[in-house]
Design a protein around this ligand. Sequence first.
Ligand code: CU
Length: 170
Amino acid sequence: MRCVGREGVTGRLRVVVAAFLVVGGLALVLVLPQLGLSQTSDERVVYMALIEPKGGVTVDKEPFPGTQMPKGGGYVLNPPNPQGRWEVSVYQFSPATVVVRQGERVTLEMVGINGAKHSVHIDKYVPNHSVVKRGEIGRVKFTADTPGVFKIHCEEHQPSMEGTLVVLPR
Ligand SMILES: [Cu+2]
């Protein structure tokens, strides 16, 4: 029978403690980025879809409402087609509210899902229209140097296609 002396037990204990430290350290390295605690970057990319949710039905199920929609292209109410189907839709940014921190270098990556084109500008930050066509990606970049609440506009689809940029103070 093999006899383990005092030195042998201490040595094994050291190996076990060292193994725990290595595994624990590895776990921290893997978990911290998930918690966002190690994020030091001042870059922020926000992905936005330029969308048009739509609903429709035939007149035998629901009569055409004939509502007077606000002008500007944001709301669309199409009367019944020859098959009796009518449709309603609205153009929107998704998400419509973007929150960033003061000082961040922001990229809004906008994808045109529906609508032939969207001419987008942001009060204070993006004065010139950035045009995004269906099936294309438009990237708008700016540094959020001033805190506050700013409107994001689409020229073609008022009044509904409007977003809000919130710049939180540091
Ligand atoms: Cu639009």
